[in-house]
Ligand binder design. Structure first.
Ligand code: BGC
Length: 371
């Protein structure tokens, strides 16, 4: 196995100071007769993120705890074969339509489209072979002091039943302050629907730690979208007076097992929150998570109108990295996106992309420790 290591100082004029970051790449195995690679972007402090071009999947994020001890805070696998075989969307780029489309049907301009009902009776995360299962083209680079990985994938017209040739670029930037910035850009040659997100499963105490029920969460939302028993939104409701009120930082486990129809429908938290938009399309803080033993925090900023909070309710103990077991609710996802089932719900922000327009979104996962 070969490992390529680039120190950026070698690429800069000598006047530029010591290396601020490093990028390495190694083979990660073959999928569909195509080679995949695993890229590791490290900053000056040694904190690092690893991403494979299989599904644009973030496989690890290694950051310090309050004692300065490095630990990996996302769930994942050691080999690409395990991602292919059994990944519940760990760390991937999810699309074309992240989250659900009711009964796998939607219309654009009066024309009806049918997509796979892979989450009976609904469509989930782009279908049978969504963006998480595609091998993306990769380009390494930097944005000043920060290493970048730019991934591209052109989804042909009709792929998974969606109209339009969709050209996608996703750039991951790992910054000096331990933020993973994700910039998405897509264009189409026919009207289509689109909802991209990243599906990282976080456990700030370190992957393989027990549940996330002792993590505390704050969400910048006064409303959420309640769901029916098949997880399709039924409208928009205030969070006030419900277990969905995270306007103040609250322990995730505090209300998760309450007798509540919505928690029952989601088997816990598996709901989209309506972010307060002071200024549409501008980057805003959507959520903050803190974990008491490690002292780590996660801040999520996004340009998107919604964020899905999923409390790992369907995790059932797969063996992950280093053989560690990932039990029920041992991680949480905060998936910045537009609302689930938007193509069928007129009062939700539109998920339609037309020729000549560009879909853009930015989400930042900022990791740190509280003093
Ligand atoms: C969905 C869950 C689903 C999970 C893994 C989340 O985005 O909301 O219902 O189980 O992804 O597929």
């Amino acid at each position: 196995m070969t490992t390529k290591l680039f120190a950026i100082s070698a690429l800069l004029p000598l006047s530029a100071h010591a290396a601020k970051f490093a990028i390495s790449a190694r083979p990660f195995g073959e999928v569909d007769n195509t080679k995949t690679e695993l890229y590791t972007l490290s900053n000056e402090s040694g904190a690092k993120v690893s991403i494979t071009n299989y599904g644009g999947t973030v496989t690890s994020i290694v950051v310090p705890d309050k004692e300065g001890k490095m630990g990996d805070v996302v769930l994942g696998f050691d080999t690409v074969a395990e991602y292919v075989e059994k990944s519940p969307y760990f760390g991937c780029i999810t699309g074309r339509y992240a989250n659900r489309i009711a009964k796998g049907k939607f219309s654009i301009d009066g024309k009806e489209y049918t997509v796979a009902t892979n989450n009976d009776p609904n469509h989930l995360h782009g279908g049978l072979k969504g963006f998480d299962k595609r091998v993306w083209k990769a380009n390494l680079g930097n944005d000043g002091d920060n290493p970048t990985l730019t991934l591209t994938y052109t989804s042909p017209d009709g792929e998974e039943g969606y109209p339009g040739t969709l050209k996608n670029t996703v750039t991951y930037t790992w910054t000096q302050d331990n933020s993973l910035r994700i910039d998405y850009r897509s264009t189409t040659d026919k009207p289509t629907v689109l909802n991209l997100t990243n599906h990282s499963y976080f456990n700030l105490a370190g992957e393989g730690s027990k549940t996330v029920l002792d993590h505390s969460l704050q969400v910048n939302a006064k409303h959420y979208t309640p769901i029916d028993s098949t997880s399709i939104p039924t409208g928009i409701s205030p969070v006030s007076g419900t277990p969905f009120d995270f306007s103040k930082s609250t322990r995730i486990g505090e209300r998760i097992d309450q007798e509540d129809d919505q928690l029952k429908n989601g088997k816990g938290y598996d709901h989209n929150f309506v972010l307060k938009k002071e200024d549409d399309g501008k980057l805003m803080t959507a959520a903050m998570v803190t974990e008491p033993t490690s002292g780590r925090f996660l801040i999520v900023k996004t340009t998107e109108p919604g964020i899905q909070f999923y409390s790992g309710n369907f995790l059932d103990g797969p063996a992950g990295k280093g053989g560690k077991i990932y039990p029920h609710r041992s991680a949480m996802c905060l998936e910045a996106q537009t609302f689930p089932d938007s193509p069928n719900q007129k009062e939700f922000p539109s998920a339609v992309l037309r020729p000549g327009e560009a879909y853009t979104q930015t989400t930042i996962y900022q990791l740190g420790v509280s003093n």
